[in-house]
Ligand binder design. Structure first.
Ligand SMILES: *[C@@H]1O[C@H](CO)[C@@H](O)[C@H](O)[C@H]1NC(C)=O
Ligand SMILES: *[C@@H]1O[C@H](CO)[C@@H](O)[C@H](O)[C@H]1NC(C)=O
Ligand SMILES: *[C@@H]1O[C@H](CO)[C@@H](O)[C@H](O)[C@H]1NC(C)=O
Length: 453
């Protein structure tokens, strides 16, 4: 569900002979060079009047898969940890990219472990194929873990420029992406045409929007909880939500971000969590349980838009569940509803602006701040009578505790109706906390066309 390694693949590389130690050293050098390389001019944005405005895209939650799609030309599934953009909408006669190009080199870095494992026997092009060799990449389905091998091309994308309050005017541009076979769409929402990776890697959507449109490598993500579109803004600027009165949130988040933890093995975003508390009491966890092992790329607390709920390694899940169980011992229980293990009678819980009134869970961050999960982020209503603890144990209910997986994955349910501001250059995250606390939500962006004058 979250990639755990960073294999170097592709036609220039004798990939099978590379060892993990060399994978760790190479990316930093090449990535930093690539981040400043604009795409070839023929592939850059068309003749737009204001190339330096941020762009806005709608985000929608698919009720049957709990995945989020972004409308950026075609609807693409949002994979916060994904390295690439891929789409099944390429024309048969799409333009290809030479494999001896810097774009091709990075296109083949940063894929998940699963892709590396399917590598043998595929058609990596022979070394020495020269300028006629065509760049391929490995688009990855973050739900099924399936990989494909397909051409890299310039995928046409479109969005609206924005002042952070309204869409202003349409903008077309292109991004390097993989042309995936339709079969790779298995388990994704009906109507989705591919995946948009939003990681800090050079061919992710925010990195490419930054270079193609000459805007900041920063994006604001506001995932809707359903029943209305959320919004993403790429390229900086304000982010305003309707409330009484409307509230601009980006400046405050930008002024007070937390540094993210870098995993050299992938481009995912990790929070610097030092401990977990329930009802202000620290949960006893094994020593180092939350640490990211940068040598193996394992552990840590990662953010994911493809895991529907927080998913925890058993050594973290069990103490947390026990602490929450104890802190809610006075609340009548209900029979568990899969995939959840601990459920309550909805009628026994009172509701506040921040959801069901229960003990808070604090993720204690380095630097002294907390990411606080009130009832709205820790309990999910599964039917009229039942509310469940919205955390899953890795390894159960189809969630693999693969070697190299994070210790904690904060999933979509925990991220919804929070504004998250990722700065790729600084490696920081600004976060709002639950927007319900300020009486707004992610579906309160004003998508009415505004005026740029
Ligand atoms: C721009 O915004 C308008 C109004 O919300 C919408 O109808 C249109 O589809 C958007 N265009 C693009 C390219 O996203
Ligand atoms: C963070 O959470 C811990 C544990 O609940 C609590 O003791 C501490 O006061 C909180 N810090 C802030 C700044 O809220
Ligand atoms: C949404 O934006 C439009 C254009 O700026 C504005 O006229 C309208 O009043 C806004 N809607 C609300 C509810 O503020």
């Amino acid at each position: 569900m979250l990639m755990n390694a960073n294999p170097l693949l592709g036609c220039k590389m004798p990939a099978m002979s590379l060892h993990v130690s060399s994978l760790v050293l190479l990316p930093l050098l090449v990535l930093s060079q690539l981040l400043v390389l604009p795409p070839p001019t023929t592939l850059a944005a068309g003749h737009q009047p204001h190339l330096s405005k941020p762009i806005l895209a709608r985000l929608d939650k698919d009720p049957s898969t709990s995945l989020y799609t972004i409308s950026i030309g075609a609807p693409l599934v949002v994979d916060l940890a994904g390295p690439l953009v891929w789409s099944t909408t390429c024309l048969p006669a799409h333009r290809t990219i030479p494999c001896r190009s810097s774009v091709c080199t990075v296109a083949n870095r940063g894929g998940p472990d699963a892709c590396a494992r399917t590598r043998s026997g595929d058609q990596l092009l022979p070394a020495g194929a020269g300028s006629s060799c065509v760049c391929t990449a490995r688009p990855y389905n973050p739900v099924t873990g399936q990989c494909g091998v397909s051409d890299v091309t310039a995928v046409p994308l479109s969005a609206n420029a924005t002042d952070g309050r309204n869409p202003l005017f349409p903008v077309s541009f292109s991004a390097f992406g993989a042309c995936a076979p339709a079969g790779l769409l298995a388990s994704l929402p009906a109507g989705a045409a591919g995946v948009a990776g939003l990681s800090r890697q050079p061919l992710s959507l925010p990195s490419q929007v930054g270079s193609a449109l000459k805007v900041a490598k920063e994006f604001a993500l506001c995932l809707p909880s359903g029943g209305g579109s959320g919004a993403a803004i790429f390229g900086g600027g304000p982010f305003q939500l309707l409330a009484a009165p409307p509230v601009e949130l980006a400046a405050g988040l930008r002024a007070d971000p937390v540094p993210l933890v870098r995993n050299p093995m992938n481009g995912a975003y990790y929070l610097p969590v030092t401990g977990v508390a329930v009802n202000l009491a620290r949960v006893p966890l094994p020593r180092g349980a939350l640490a990211l092992d940068t040598r193996r790329g394992a552990g840590g607390v990662a953010l994911s838009t493809v895991a529907p709920y927080a998913t925890l390694r058993p050594d973290v899940y069990r103490p947390l569940r026990a602490a929450f169980d104890a802190a809610t011992s006075g609340i009548p229980r209900a029979a568990p509803v899969a995939p959840f293990e601990m459920c309550y009678q909805a009628s026994a819980l009172s509701v506040t602006r921040l959801g069901f009134a229960v003990a808070n869970i604090d993720l204690m961050l380095a630097g002294g701040r907390n990411w606080t999960l009130p009832g709205g982020s820790s309990l999910v209503q599964v039917n009229d009578q039942t509310v469940c603890f919205a955390f899953l144990e890795m390894g159960l209910s189809g969630t693999a505790a693969a070697p190299g997986s994070p210790a904690v994955i904060l999933g979509g349910f925990q991220l919804e109706d929070h504004l998250l501001l990722f700065d790729l250059d600084k490696g920081t995250l600004g976060f709002s906390g639950p927007l319900a606390g300020i009486r707004t939500g992610c579906s309160n962006f004003n998508f009415t066309m505004g005026s740029s004058f």
